[in-house]
Design a protein around this ligand. Structure first.
Ligand code: CAA
Ligand code: FAD
Length: 380
């Protein structure tokens, strides 16, 4: 067993750390306040190769492993979880999905634009009445020979208005239940495709979340991903990897809040001494550090499983379940360590506490991760 990162891994981590500190930190409070998408920063991340890290180099991707990706996700999320979710969706849902299951033509046309950040992607599974219960969706795509006609509504879509390439999951044959579901590449600008208003959110406010409506959108047949009926498996397989990215995001939020709390405890004085000298505070930091380290091991194990051809449904679900709980617990305690200042925007930790919550909801709620985990451990 080797816990040591390679030189390349260290370089990627350092590059992400530098970018987060120099480019994401300035303005992160204002973007959260104004619900402003980090447009310039995402463009720069594309130029630096963060938008298609694991994708094949022949389509502009970085050809990196999942360990590199989670290292970058952790560093970016320490500073700005709104920016890191853009990276996460683009890398692990959209690029990975297309790179793994797309045709050569789809990769040429779409993937090569997504890996460079020239265009941003979105992954559209959830609907107003189908979130956790993903197979019960109502969006339909009717086969018309050389094209499909798409109708329906998708909800809470990350990158909803900033994306140009959308992977949309829809029923083509309801009788076949989940085996009658397909995934399609839909372009912004296709007639009948509309982006709804931006959701007003508690956290990750810099990320743009929208509903999308499809009214008789004509989608060419060559935009279907995989064999007929592969759409639900496509979504599940893609999400299995996506959950590792969100686990890394949760880890980063926790680690960022912990670092701020630790530094604050060294400068804030109460009762004639730095608060770190009060055991109640020191023990909080000890608990935070321990749970973060455990979460990091789980995230790395899931990434390693994916890189080594092992099944990662279980390790990815466990990493997300655990790291998102750690993100919630640690950010609450980080606010507590900061006292009144913790409740003030300037000190960052209140935003991190709000941002942490989403990691227990999207890409499968914590309850859904427990379904995935329990089914896996009880299968044999
Ligand atoms: N890999 C491959 N196939 C899988 C799979 C996996 N990991 N998980 C399930 N399947 C297949 C099953 O084998 C089955 O197919 P067959 O019958 O052909 O074998 C089919 O999918 C249906 O499986 P289930 O019977 O287990 O389906 P279910 O209805 O019980 O649901 C579930 C399972 C895990 C709860 C699933 O519905 C789920 O993951 N729900 C959560 C949805 C979700 O995560 N949404 C996230 C949206 S994207 C997002 O949120 C992005 C963002 O915020 C940034
Ligand atoms: P529901 O499924 O209605 O669940 C409500 C509650 O019931 C939850 O606590 C849930 O865990 C629990 N529950 C449901 N079923 C069970 C069960 N069988 N056993 C135990 N408990 C259960 N979706 C996309 O497709 N693409 C995106 O880009 C995307 N981005 C998002 C961004 C944000 C900011 C948000 C808030 C959501 C996003 N989503 C996205 C949607 C997200 O994936 C769903 O919100 C999530 O899967 C939960 O679905 P739901 O909201 O319908 O909750």
């Amino acid at each position: 067993m080797d816990f040591k990162l390679t030189e390349e891994h260290e370089m990627i981590r350092q590059a992400a750390r530098d970018f987060a500190i120099n480019e994401l930190k300035p303005g992160v409070i204002e973007r959260d306040e104004k619900q402003e998408f980090p447009k310039e920063q995402v463009k720069k991340m594309g130029e630096l190769g963060f938008m298609g890290m694991m994708a094949s180099p022949e389509y502009g991707g970085g050809g990196m492993d999942t360990v590199s990706y989670v290292l970058a996700m952790e560093e970016l999320s320490k500073i700005d979880a709104s920016a890191s979710v853009v990276v996460s969706v683009n890398n692990s849902l959209v690029c990975w999905g297309l790179d793994t299951y797309g045709t050569e033509a789809q990769k040429e046309k779409y993937l090569s634009k997504l890996t460079t950040g020239e265009k941003i992607g979105a992954f559209c599974l959830s609907e107003p009445e189908a979130g956790s219960d993903a197979t019960s969706q109502k969006t339909t795509a009717i086969d018309k020979g050389d094209h499909y006609i798409l109708n329906g509504t998708k909800n809470w879509i990350t990158n909803g208005s900033s994306a140009e390439i959308y992977l949309v999951i829809a029923h083509t044959d309801k009788q076949k239940k989940h085996r009658g579901i397909n995934a399609f590449i839909v372009e912004r600008g296709m007639e009948g495709f509309e982006v709804g208003p931006k959701e007003q959110k508690m956290g990750i406010r810099g990320s743009d979340t929208h509903s999308l409506t499809f009214n008789d959108v004509k989608v060419p047949k060559e935009n279907r991903i995989g064999e007929d009926g592969f759409g639900f498996k496509f979504a599940m397989k893609t999400l299995a990897g996506g959950r590792i990215g969100i686990a890394a995001q949760a880890l980063g939020i926790a680690a960022g809040a912990y670092e701020l709390a630790k530094e604050y405890s060294k400068i804030r004085k109460a009762f004639g001494t730095e608060i770190k000298n009060h055991q109640a505070i020191a023990f909080k930091l000890a608990d935070m550090h321990t749970s973060i380290e455990a979460a990091r091991h789980m995230v790395m194990k899931a990434a390693w499983d994916k890189d080594n051809g092992n099944n990662y449904d279980l390790s990815g679900a466990m990493a997300k379940l655990y790291a998102s709980q750690v993100a919630m617990d640690v950010t609450i305690e980080a606010v507590q360590v900061h006292g009144g200042n913790g409740y003030v925007k300037e000190y960052h930790v209140e935003r991190m506490m709000r941002d942490a919550k989403i990691t227990q909801i999207y890409e499968g709620t914590s309850e859904i991760q427990k379904i995935v985990i329990s089914r896996s451990i009880l299968a044999d």
